[in-house]
Design a protein around this ligand. Structure first.
Ligand SMILES: [Zn+2]
Length: 293
C-alpha cells in the first residue's frame, strides 16, 4: 500500500488534543490493518453491486430499511466530527460502522439472498449495497481520497468520486425499522449464546412472549404474515440465520423465553440454507430461481 495513504490515516487516528503523538512500527501496522479493512470492504461492495442498470429499490425489507437509516445517522455523525476537527473519532466511528453494521449485520445476513435469491431480492440488496459503498466513500474521502478514487474508477471510470454530489437521503431515517431490527438482533445474540458452534441453519428457535408485549408485535412483523406462528422463510429467520422460527404468544410469560433446538437436517446442495429431503435435491426456492434463468 502507498505509504502516504497510511500516513494520512495514522495522522487522523492520532489527531486528538494531545501534545505527545507516538509513532512506532506497531502503530503503523495498526494503521495498515485498518486501511486494509476499509479497502477490502470497498472492493467487496464494488464487486457485488455489479450490474448498475439493475439497481432499484422496490421491496425493502426491515433490514434494508435499518441499514439505510443507519447510513443517514452515520453520515451525520461523521460530518459533525469533521466540523469539530475530531478526526480520530472519524477513524474509530468508521472502523466500528464497517465492522459492525456493514459487515457483521448487513453483509453476513443477506449473503444467502445475494448469492442464491431471485432477481427482485438481488436488485433490492444492490440498492442498499450501493448506498453503503457511496456513504463509505464520501465519509473517508477527506482522509484517504486516493484510496477512494482508485476504488471509484472501477465503478464509474468516467467521473471521479469528488465530482459526484452524494449524500444519504434523509427520508431513509426509519425509527420503526431501527427498533424492530434491534429487537431481533438482541434475540439473535441470545440464540448464538445458546447454540454454541452449531451451524445455525440446523437450528429451530421457539420464542415465547406475552402477546401484548410491544416486542412481540415487532417480531410478528418480521415473521411476515401475522397469523403465521411458524416459518422457515420469514425475515426473522433470515436475521437470526436459523432454519425455522416459531412465535408462541402467551398470556402467562412475564419475560421472553427462547428455546433453541438443534436439528439433524440435510441442507440444499445449492444454498445450504433450506432443509431438503435428500442430499441430491435443491430446495423449492432454488428450484424456482434456476427454472427462471
Ligand atoms: Zn436452496
Amino acid at each position: 500500500m502507498l505509504n502516504f495513504i497510511l500516513f494520512r490515516w495514522w495522522v487522523a487516528s492520532h489527531c486528538a488534543q494531545n501534545m505527545t503523538i507516538t509513532v512506532s512500527k506497531k502503530l503503523m501496522q495498526q494503521a495498515a490493518d485498518s486501511v486494509n479493512k476499509i479497502r477490502a470492504t470497498l472492493r467487496y461492495l464494488n464487486g457485488v453491486i455489479d450490474d448498475k442498470s439493475e439497481i432499484l429499490n422496490d421491496k425493502s425489507t426491515f433490514l434494508d430499511r435499518y441499514i439505510l437509516s443507519a447510513l443517514v445517522k452515520h453520515e451525520n455523525e461523521i460530518w459533525k466530527l469533521y466540523d469539530t476537527y475530531e478526526y480520530h473519532r472519524v477513524v474509530t466511528n468508521t472502523q466500528n460502522f464497517v465492522a459492525n453494521h456493514i459487515s457483521a449485520i448487513y453483509l453476513h445476513t443477506i449473503k444467502d439472498r445475494l448469492y442464491c435469491g431471485d432477481n427482485v431480492d438481488i436488485r433490492n440488496i444492490r440498492f442498499t449495497l450501493l448506498n453503503c459503498y457511496k456513504v463509505l466513500c464520501s465519509t473517508v474521502w477527506p482522509i484517504i481520497p486516493f484510496l477512494v478514487e482508485e476504488s471509484w474508477q472501477y465503478y464509474d471510470p468516467k467521473r471521479a468520486f469528488h465530482q459526484q454530489n452524494f449524500t444519504a437521503d434523509p427520508v431513509w431515517k426509519d425509527v420503526d425499522a431501527e427498533k424492530t431490527v434491534g429487537v431481533a438482533l438482541e434475540i439473535k445474540r441470545i440464540v448464538n449464546q445458546k447454540a454454541g458452534s452449531a451451524n445455525s441453519f440446523n437450528l429451530e428457535v421457539e420464542i415465547l412472549y406475552n402477546k401484548n408485549n410491544e416486542e412481540m408485535q415487532m417480531l410478528r412483523l418480521l415473521q411476515g404474515d401475522e397469523a403465521k406462528v411458524s416459518s422457515n422463510n420469514s425475515e426473522l429467520c433470515e436475521i437470526l440465520q436459523v432454519q425455522r422460527v416459531s412465535l408462541q404468544p402467551s398470556n402467562h410469560v412475564d419475560s421472553t423465553n427462547i428455546n433453541v433446538k438443534k436439528l439433524e437436517l440435510t441442507l440444499c446442495a445449492r444454498c445450504r440454507r433450506f432443509a431438503v429431503d435428500n442430499a441430491d435435491c435443491v430446495c423449492e426456492r432454488c428450484a424456482l430461481v434456476l427454472a427462471n434463468r
